[in-house]
Design a protein around this ligand. Structure first.
Ligand code: AMP
Length: 176
């Protein structure tokens, strides 16, 4: 991706101090989603991180990972699989607990959403502490998926999330 395009994406992200808790600088990506050109650029950049791979399933993490993940799946010609917060998926699930930059949570995946040996690309909007993505990696491993990479639109480098995911290839479009 060319520098001017990345610059435009970066300028569109809105920093919201103290949301949802004091001390958190929230990266609001809704201005990117609301602009058709910027949204398309973001999706192309995320899909490009896996251009050399065969991807069977894109796994998106609840909730902003659905927006990016579903569009990336279309771009790559892959299926889309949601990882949801506990209690939302209707079929047989695997569950993992994890801690967030602001709180605790549990996430789930349908046991039959990824077949053993299928190639998986995990997509989410933002890598902070890496707790969510680490739990997603465990869920996909538990049902036999092969993770080709994790691709994030934004990485908050100072939070060190990448270290928790060091067994996988981690790609990010914008880093702060
Ligand atoms: P983590 O598990 O700490 O890597 O947190 C990742 C998830 O929390 C991402 O899916 C984001 O949607 C959300 N998140 C965490 N920190 C922020 C932040 N500073 N700005 C926006 N979203 C955030």
């Amino acid at each position: 991706m060319h520098q001017p395009e990345l610059q435009k994406l970066s300028e569109a992200i809105r920093d919201v101090p103290d949301f949802p808790k004091p001390g958190i600088l929230f990266k609001d990506i809704t201005p990117v989603l609301g602009d058709s050109k910027l949204f398309a650029t973001a999706i192309r950049a995320l899909a490009a991180t896996a251009a050399e791979e065969t991807v069977d399933k894109v796994v998106g993490i609840d909730a902003r990972g659905f927006i990016f993940g579903a569009a990336v799946a279309m771009e790559l010609g892959a299926g889309f699989v949601p990882i949801r917060k506990k209690g939302k998926l209707p079929w047989a699930t695997e569950t993992e607990s994890y801690s967030l930059e602001y709180g605790e949570a549990e996430i789930e995946i349908h046991k039959d959403a990824v077949m053993p040996g299928e190639n998986v690309l995990i997509v989410d909007d933002l890598l902070a502490t890496g707790g969510t993505a680490e739990a997603a990696v465990k869920l996909i491993n538990s049902i036999g998926g092969e993770i080709v990479a994790l691709s994030f639109f934004i990485e908050l480098e100072s939070l060190g999330g990448r270290k928790r995911l060091d067994v996988c290839r981690v790609e990010t479009v914008l880093a702060y």
